[in-house]
Write a protein that binds this ligand. Structure first.
Ligand code: AMP
Ligand code: ZN
Length: 494
């Protein structure tokens, strides 16, 4: 970026600044968010392990990631987001024990591990699209098996700093040496004994301490996915991929790292240890964790339970996937959220209320008029809610109340604000407004619009202007934007 470019983006950022607060698991406090190099934010979120469909609990985690990203953008930050896809090394126990999850499915379904991963990646992407979750593009959406070399390089650095050791069964991270006298986990604040009790670690006799975890696994001839390494043929432990891929794309210190609460005691604790052991620098400024989606009986929805709800279950019931998105907003990300079809149906009623409002706006030229003065109080409340540790229940309530007041006053000049709210809510309201208009505009008007669009693309501006005048004579106007032309009636809302 040129000096001027940097200055300009800093000015845009400063003009939008309102402090953004988020709960940092490292400090156990809600803190004002201050990235290392504003307005840029580097953000890494743990992604899916692709051996079964992602259940609605997983999807809650990704809705949260998406909402956090949108909230940062809402505040003028530019987010560099990386998400991993685990397609090797995640064992049936999070702490190295058992069988590789992908290979277990591959054996059961008589497929290759790559076929299993490809299948569930496609399904994951489809479900994210249906929930309007914007995923990073490759290489920022990165597969573990594409980064084996980066993991090997990182393990070498950890070995060079004396915090790992090589044995016949693998390269292990020396947890006790890393933690020092207190032996407490920085993120979990648990001692190793407390962590052990929760994790039922399986111990290899090669480990110096039962708490050490595998960076690279050796001499497992039954494992299907194997790569050469300086220590022999083998495969990576699960945790090392996140350190390798996050630091490769985002640098040694990340502004934000997120994942579900279940990642705190083992996965994220180990990520901090191995990353900081390699670089000697702080790994993460803000660790952010989402709470679980639970069943009505209060138990975490998980794949190991055998039966779990997925997005298809909702669409099979005739529900809009975005109703699940709205359900997620109904609880703060740090609170448990109870799942039931009834709860999604209730969320669908709120969604329908918003869509109905937008449908009613479809025939009005709401895009061209300024919002009414009374709307600004809602805009203020909404911004405060999201900047207060992502208080989505309040932001949602504020949106619904604004719509109710608009009906009450019979004053529909709220669209610009609602559209801005939707950059956070992600309910595709703008697209819905356009679809509504397509449905209500006469075919002849749409034909003139398309013809004008073609003329504009062909740089035949005389013809485009002529068609614009023709549309205006028939009571319609066109507004051009970077993303295309918006057609609307000339009538202005009361
Ligand atoms: P996995 O595919 O098991 O690696 O999980 C992907 C993401 O979903 C991780 O960030 C998990 O912490 C998160 N997760 C798993 N189960 C739930 C749940 N029931 N509610 C919310 N998040 C979850
Ligand atoms: Zn991870």
């Amino acid at each position: 970026m040129t000096g001027c470019g940097r200055l300009c983006s800093a000015i845009v950022y400063c003009s939008l600044v309102k402090p953004f607060y988020i709960f940092n698991t490292l400090s156990r406090n809600v803190e004002q968010f201050r990235p290392g190099h504003p307005p840029t934010v580097t953000y890494y979120s743990c992604g899916p392990t692709v051996y079964l469909p992602q259940h609605l609990g997983n999807m809650r985690a990704y809705v949260f990631v998406d909402t956090l990203k949108r909230a940062l953008r809402f505040n003028g930050f530019q987010v560099h987001h990386v998400m991993n896809i685990t397609d090797v090394g995640h064992m049936t126990s999070d702490a190295d024990g058992g069988e590789d999850k992908i290979e277990k499915t591959a054996r059961a379904e008589h497929k290759t591990p790559q076929e299993v991963a490809d299948f569930y990646i496609a399904q994951f992407k489809r479900d994210c699209a249906r929930l309007n979750i914007e995923l990073p593009q490759p290489p920022m959406l990165c597969r573990a098996t594409d980064h084996i070399g980066d993991m090997i390089d990182l393990i070498k650095r950890i070995l060079d700093r004396g915090l790992a050791y090589v044995t016949p069964s693998g390269v292990y991270f020396d947890v006790e040496k890393w933690r020092g006298p207190s032996q407490l986990g920085r993120l979990s604040r648990q001692s190793l004994a407390e962590q052990d009790a929760g994790q039922r670690l399986e111990h290899s006799p090669d480990k110096k301490s039962p708490h050490d975890f595998a960076l690279w696994v050796l001499n497992q001839p039954n494992h299907l996915m194997q790569w050469d390494s300086p220590w022999g043929r083998g495969y990576p432990g699960w945790h090392i991929e996140c350190s390798a891929m996050s630091m490769k794309y985002l640098g040694p210190t990340l502004d934000i790292h997120s994942g579900g609460l279940d990642h705190i005691p083992v996965h994220h604790e180990n990520e901090i240890a191995q990353s900081e052991a390699a670089t000697g620098r702080p790994f993460v400024r803000y660790f952010v964790h989402n709470a679980f989606l639970v069943g009505m009986e209060g138990v975490k929805i998980s794949k190991s339970a055998g039966k779990f709800p997925v997005l298809d279950d909702l669409t099979d019931e005739g529900l809009n996937p975005l109703a699940f998105r709205l359900l997620c907003f109904g609880a703060k990300y740090r609170s448990e959220l109870a799942f039931s079809l009834e709860a999604v149906r209730a969320a669908q009623r709120n969604l329908d209320y918003l869509l109905e409002f937008v449908r009613n706006l479809g025939g009005e030229a709401v895009d061209t008029v300024d919002d009414s003065g009374w709307v600004s109080a809602y805009a203020e409340r909404f911004h405060e809610a999201i900047n207060n540790d992502l208080n989505t229940p309040q932001a949602l309530a504020c949106t619904l109340e604004m719509v109710a007041e608009s009906y009450r006053r019979r004053d529909f000049r709220v669209w610009n604000t609602l559209r801005r709210f939707d950059t956070l809510l992600g309910l595709n309201l703008e697209q819905f407004l356009q679809q509504t208009r397509e449905a209500i505009f006469p075919a002849e008007i749409l034909r003139l619009r398309d013809e004008r669009e073609q003329a504009r693309r062909a740089r035949d501006f005389d013809r485009a202007d002529q068609l614009r005048r023709e549309l205006e004579a028939r009571g319609y106007q066109i507004r051009d934007s970077k993303t295309g032309s918006v057609l609307m009636p000339k009538r202005v809302a009361p």
